[in-house]
Design a protein around this ligand. Structure first.
Ligand SMILES: Nc1ncnc2c1ncn2[C@@H]1O[C@H](COP(=O)(O)OP(=O)(O)OP(=O)(O)O)[C@@H](O)[C@H]1O
Ligand SMILES: CC(=O)N[C@H]1[C@@H]2OC[C@@H](O2)[C@@H](O)[C@@H]1O[C@H](C)C(=O)O
Length: 370
C-alpha cells in the first residue's frame, strides 16, 4: 500500500497578498483528505519589499544569484513562512510531530520560460531549520531543465481532485484566477491539458491601488459601476500571447498596467475584469474540447464583475465556484503544494507533456531536512 503522509503546503502567489497555508493527508496519488486552511495576509510594508524583490531580480541571469538586498528579502520571506507554520499549528491545535513534510513554493520573482529561467526566492534549508520539519522546495526548476515551461504545477493536483467528474463521464476545466490565470482540462478519459491563460487579478489590483490605494476591487464593486472601454480591452486581447499554437507560461510583468489617465477608476476596473474573463475564454479555445463545467478557484472568483463577465461568455458550459464543486477555492494552491511535496518524496512526476510541455513526465523539488 502507498504511504499516506500529512503534508502542509505554503503558497505565496503572484498577487503577493499573503501566505496561504493548508494541510492535507495524501498518498500523493488518488487518496486526498483535505484538512484546515489559513490565509495570512502580508502588511503593506512587506508587500512593498516583495515588489522591490521583483525589481532586484529583473537583471538576473542565474537563478541562484542573490544580490545583497534580495537575499535579505529572501530571508525575511522565509522567516515569515516559519512563523506562518507555527501560527497555523497553534491555531488548529496541531502538533508539529504529526506533520511529515512541508511543501514550500516561495515567491516567484522572475519567470522567463523562453530563456529557461525561473526564480523563486525562499530558503528551504532555513525553513527546515526554523520549523524542525522536512521541506520540499524549488519545485519548478527540474521541469525547465527538461524543456518544460516551469508552470503551471497545480494541474497534477487538479487531476487528482477531478476523479468524481471522470467517474460521471464529464470533462471539466479548473480555472485558477490568481494574479495570473491558468486552466486545467481533465477529460472524461483522464486526459490532462493545462496552461496559463492570461492576466488574472494583477492588472485589476495594480489599477485599483494606483487610483485609490486599496489593494484590490472588493467583490468587483468598483468595476460593477463602470463600462468596458473596447480600445483598451482590445489592446490586451490582441496580444501575441493569445495567438500561435504553443502555450507559454507567464510572468507577472508580461502585461503592462493601464496608465493612470487612460480611463476612469470604474471603467478601468470593469475593462480589466472583462480582459481577465475574455482571456480565459480565448485560451480555452486551445483545450481539447469544451468542458461541461468550469470550476473557478483563486481570489478572482470573489470578483462578482469578473464572474459575471465569465458566465456571460461560456456558452454550453456551467460555471461553478470551487465551493459549489465541493472544493475550497482559497486553499487549492496551498493544498496542491502539499500534494506535490508528497509526490516529490516518492519520486512521482509533478509535470507532464500536457501541463508544462516538458518532454516526458518528470518529478522535481529539493528536499531539506531539519
Ligand atoms: N473579496 C474579494 N473580492 C475581489 N477580489 C478578491 C477578493 N479577495 C481576493 N481577491 C483577489 O484575489 C487576489 C488573490 O488571489 P489568489 O490568492 O488566488 O492569488 P495568488 O495565489 O497570489 O496568485 P497566483 O495563482 O497567480 O499565484 C487578490 O489580489 C485580489 O485581487
Ligand atoms: C512562475 C509562477 O510562479 N507561475 C504561477 C503564476 O500564478 C498563476 C500562474 O502564473 C501559474 O503558472 C503559476 O502558479 C500556479 C500555482 C501553478 O504553478 O500552477
Amino acid at each position: 500500500m502507498d504511504v499516506v503522509r500529512t503534508a502542509i503546503g505554503l503558497m505565496s502567489g503572484t498577487s503577493m497578498d499573503g501566505i496561504d497555508v493548508a494541510l492535507i493527508r495524501t498518498d500523493g496519488r488518488g487518496f486526498i483528505e483535505r484538512g484546515p486552511f489559513l490565509g495570512m495576509p502580508y502588511d503593506a510594508e512587506f508587500r512593498g519589499r516583495l515588489k522591490r524583490a521583483l525589481e532586484l531580480a529583473r537583471p538576473l541571469r542565474d537563478r541562484n544569484e542573490r544580490p545583497g538586498e534580495l537575499r535579505e528579502i529572501e530571508l525575511e520571506l522565509t522567516l515569515r513562512h516559519a512563523t506562518a507554520v507555527t501560527a497555523f499549528l497553534e491555531h488548529f491545535g496541531l502538533a508539529a510531530n504529526g506533520v511529515d513534510i512541508l511543501g514550500f513554493h516561495g515567491q516567484t520573482v522572475l519567470h522567463r520560460p523562453d530563456e529557461g529561467l525561473t526564480i523563486q526566492i525562499g530558503d528551504g534549508r532555513e525553513l527546515a531549520c526554523r520549523t524542525g520539519l522536512s521541506v520540499v522546495y524549488d519545485m519548478r526548476a527540474n521541469d525547465m531543465v527538461h524543456g518544460g515551461q516551469g508552470a503551471p504545477l497545480v494541474p497534477a493536483y487538479h487531476a487528482a481532485l477531478a476523479g468524481k467528474f471522470q467517474q460521471a463521464g464529464e470533462a471539466v476545466c479548473f480555472v485558477n484566477i490568481g494574479g495570473i490565470s491558468n486552466l486545467t482540462y481533465i477529460g472524461a478519459d483522464g486526459r490532462i491539458a493545462a496552461f496559463d491563460s492570461g492576466p488574472g487579478n494583477t492588472l485589476i489590483d495594480q489599477w485599483v491601488e494606483m487610483q485609490t490605494g486599496r489593494t484590490y476591487d472588493p467583490g468587483g464593486e468598483i468595476g460593477g459601476r463602470g463600462k468596458v472601454v473596447p480600445a483598451l480591452a482590445e489592446r490586451y486581447l490582441n496580444s501575441p500571447f493569445f495567438r500561435g499554437n504553443v502555450r507559454r507560461s507567464l510572468d507577472r510583468g508580461d502585461f503592462a498596467p493601464l496608465r493612470p489617465d487612460e480611463a476612469s477608476l470604474e471603467d478601468g476596473a470593469r475593462t480589466l475584469a472583462h480582459v481577465a474573463a475574455a482571456s480565459i475564454i480565448k485560451s480555452a479555445g486551445f483545450l481539447p474540447e469544451r468542458p461541461s463545467a468550469y470550476i473557478v478557484c483563486g481570489g478572482g472568483r470573489l470578483n462578482g464583475t469578473l464572474m459575471g463577465e465569465l458566465s456571460a461568455m461560456t456558452e454550453g458550459s456551467r460555471v461553478l465556484s470551487a465551493e459549489a464543486a465541493g472544493f475550497d477555492g482559497d486553499a487549492m494552491e496551498a493544498e496542491a503544494w502539499a500534494y506535490l511535496a508528497v509526490r516529490s518524496l516518492d519520486g512521482l512526476p509533478l509535470t507532464f507533456p500536457g501541463t508544462t510541455g516538458v518532454a516526458a513526465p518528470v518529478s522535481g523539488g529539493v528536499l531539506a531536512r531539519p
